[in-house]
Ligand binder design. Sequence first.
Ligand SMILES: [Cu+2]
Length: 285
Amino acid sequence: MVRLCLTAVALLLASSCSRAPEPRRYELHGQILGIDRDRREVLVDHEDIKGFMPAMTMPYKVSDPAMLDGRQPGDLITATLVVEEVQAYLSAMATTGHAPIRAGAAGPSITDADLLKEGEAVPGGAFVDETGAAFPLASLRGHRVALTFIYTRCPLPDFCPLMDRHFAAVQRQIGASANLADVRLVSVTLDPGFDTPAVLRAHAKAAGANPRLWHFATGSRDDVLAFARRFGVLTEPGESEGVVVHNLRTAIIDAEGRLASVRSGNMWTPADLVADLEQASAPAR
Ligand SMILES: [Cu+2]
């Protein structure tokens, strides 16, 4: 079984050119499952956050690393989740008790049978791209590919918007490095009902995507979600319209169309992904 960290997102109402909104604050109750001091993060299995996301397990940054002093896995906590325009973090954390961590505390699971293994051929996916043209992944054979999953209305700064920023950074590296010239980027939407080619085209432009290097893919809901599941991506509808609860996976596909590696969550850097791409077998020259 593979543990997943899901995140929910709330309906995004702000228009693209509005001023920075006031930070939103939510009360969080949960249990610490892990602490990463270097990354200033706690992994929290938390209850429903009213008005924001259902119960799930996910990593959160803390506003001050001193907040992690003296904490340990198993601590029961309350905290304020602050969601700003470009970051989300916990503040005002208080320990209210301690309890053993129960097995299976980490939320929904995918069985190993669902998952593509390294070296396996990545299925085609009946996608269309942001221009509306058919976009079989096989059309990228001969290219190393970094592929991730996003949706355009995702308002949690550390999730889909971060994937977009990381891909933009990787795109710059591709442009700057001759031995990465074959690399292509693909972002597959997890909200295909809303993310039509036209929506993705506008999103791609806003993200700074070079249409030659970075493609956005959509398709039928069933096809897209079945494809995502093969990489360990789970989605469920959120409580409000427009919300998709999901986790993150970013895959490297080699020039032969085989899965080379998969990264979970948002704890990687563009340099990590470039290193993964360099590891993947490049097209023969
Ligand atoms: Cu998201």
